[in-house]
Design a protein around this ligand. Sequence first.
Ligand code: PGA
Length: 250
Amino acid sequence: MRKKILVGNWKMNKNLSQTDQFLKSINNDLNFKKNKRFIVAPSFVNLEHAVKKSRNSPVEICCQNISEFEEGAYTGEVSAKMLSSVGVNIVIIGHSERRELFSENNEVLKNKIKTALNNNFEIIFCFGENLSERKNNNHLNAVKDQIINTLFEFDSNDLKKIILAYEPIWAIGTGENATAEQAQQIHFFVRELIENKFGIDIASNLTILYGGSLKPNNSKELFEKKDVDGGLVGGASLNPDSFLEIYRSL
Ligand code: PGA
């Protein structure tokens, strides 16, 4: 049975005291259920504090990025080993903002996945079509290309450490979410792709999250779909109340 997972991607938001405040209020109010993981991704500089703060709570801390390189002369980069040394072992890779704004192409993403796996990280791998691909009815092909050109280079054991997140770019930060039917169609499609390549066991145990303007007023309907196993939340994860409400709907 695959676990349900809710992930909050804070992007470049929240300083140290805001991070502290958020975790304090979550730790007080989180009605944690064992079969529903609760993960938060603060910025790099606040990770160590967040890990310490969450040590005796079910909240898991994740990073938003990772260097594709192991170590050395890479100014401004943060390595997997640095992250593990402060207690972080989950990473988001392939977010559309990284692909678009920081030119992370499939080669870079594959290297990041390799490095993360070599360092025993669990990976939340994002994919999703843009607006013109959706409008031209080319979304299935777009998604298929992204999956084939990255994940298909790995093996079944690697896939056990990977969580997928379907994030249609047109829905991210726009207030316009994919409908539950649209999400289910893609999640089912991707699970089938994975099944054809890696087998039924891997596919049926694969967690596939939905992300893109997920809010308390639309999460329940999306989470009710058979192949939607949770969410990756941006804007609504910044506020503990809305984030907890989404968690309750999972
Ligand atoms: P959003 O962002 O919830 O603000 O649309 C989602 C994401 O980028 O992961």
